[in-house]
Ligand binder design. Sequence first.
Ligand SMILES: [Zn+2]
Length: 277
Amino acid sequence: MFNAIVQSMLLSTALLGQQGPFQEPFPAHRVMGNLFYVGSKDIAVFLVATERGHVLINSGFETTVPLTALSVRKLGFKMTDVKYILASHAHSDHVAGHALLKKITGAKVLVMEGDDKVIASGGKGQYLYTKSRWKPCKVDKVLKDKDVVKIGSLKLIARKTPGHTPGCTTWTWPLKAGTKTHNVVIIGSPNVNPGYQLVNNKAYPKIAKDFAQTFKVLKGLKCELFLGAHGAYYGLDAKFPNLKKGKKNAFIDAAGYKKYVLFKEMAYLKTLKLQSR
Ligand SMILES: [Zn+2]
């Protein structure tokens, strides 16, 4: 119970955009190949670098954007070379920094249908977090499930994994590292948050069906390189020391991915069962 309370406190702190432990710096690092971590502690922001320009997945809070900019420069890249800004889902801890990031980079913002209006309006229309607001950000293109974001030879596939938010997005693509190719999955979020109503939800009637669809999609994805919108999803704190010790495949974890998805599906089904009584 105590844990649940602390967790929901952390979550509401994060969602309201206040200072919290999530906003501390985290070392910028190469995940593998041309994929880099440029987020803060636990709030994952990924940079995919190409010779034709780069992609940033998530912006974090407005207050963490400077940390991301610092990480990008530390890795030897230019913020002005970022061409696209993508998102995991329209909650403040992943997209409140979009407007500032767009201003700094001049990049185009691409968002999955269902989350586009929330980002464009600066937080209006969210389920449950009705008071959470951030700077509105122009959305240049609205994506649909299986749309591909192309830049040079890079092709990032957007999978709609709704429920956590209506336009929650899981990003997947084959990543080349040396002579090998590893399939990346960056989970948008499979979480049924505290307070989420799966049954008779007037604000989000399809929520249970959407979560069911998400687990179907996630279970169908091939995943070797397991990542997510928060470091905690994929065990960043436990895996990062291995990377520092020189283990190049520190984030390769097909079994961990499968286990995580099944665990989250069980949690969803448990909540659904409890609320259906
Ligand atoms: Zn969220």
